[in-house]
Write a protein that binds this ligand. Structure first.
Ligand code: ZN
Ligand code: ZN
Ligand code: ZN
Length: 169
């Protein structure tokens, strides 16, 4: 059993090694459960960012959110490209329809553990060099598998194959 109160952690901002209770818990894509900054530094950084935001002109705010959006789109596209760039089931290539799927079906467990699929998860895949075990599916094929255990495309392919086997037998 781990005695949590004996654990210590180094704050990446003030660089002090502090008892773990000085850190807030979080869920990050890389599985870290304690924040990198100690509570005091986290609060300092929160206030600093808030002040910076308050000082920004509306134009700067718009630009910042556009930059964030563009970044989110970029990491997402990088992931989709890296995992094949099209739906593995139906061949859909419009990236707006595409999602990353976890074929081992522990995707839901992982999703729950990491929050939902978002920029942070795509960034996590990219920094890990796109590890194996993921694939691209479109929203339709993914949803059908999720709700019915099978995509109608798969069923159709199976039926065609059965028919072909019958005809050649
Ligand atoms: Zn600190
Ligand atoms: Zn599809
Ligand atoms: Zn399909």
């Amino acid at each position: 059993m781990i005695r949590v109160n004996l654990l210590v952690k180094r704050c990446s901002y003030c660089t002090h090694t502090l008892p773990i209770k000085q850190f807030d818990l979080t869920k990050r894509a890389d599985g870290q459960i304690w924040k990198r900054l100690c509570k005091e530094c986290a609060e300092y950084s929160r206030v600093w960012h808030q002040k910076k935001r308050d000082k920004m002109t509306p134009g700067q705010k718009v630009q910042l959110s556009a930059e964030k959006k563009a970044y989110g789109k970029k990491v997402r596209m990088d992931c989709i490209q890296a995992y094949g760039g099209k739906c593995e089931c139906c061949g859909e290539t419009h990236f707006e329809f595409l999602e990353i799927d976890h074929p081992n079906n522990d995707g839901n467990k992982e999703r729950r553990a990491l929050g939902k699929w978002g920029t942070s998860f795509f960034a996590h895949l990219r920094t890990r060099g796109f590890p194996a075990g993921y694939r691209v599916l479109c929203g339709n094929c993914n949803a059908a598998r999720y709700h019915f255990g099978e995509c109608p495309h798969e069923r159709e392919r199976r039926e065609v194959k059965q028919l072909e086997e019958m005809l050649t037998a």
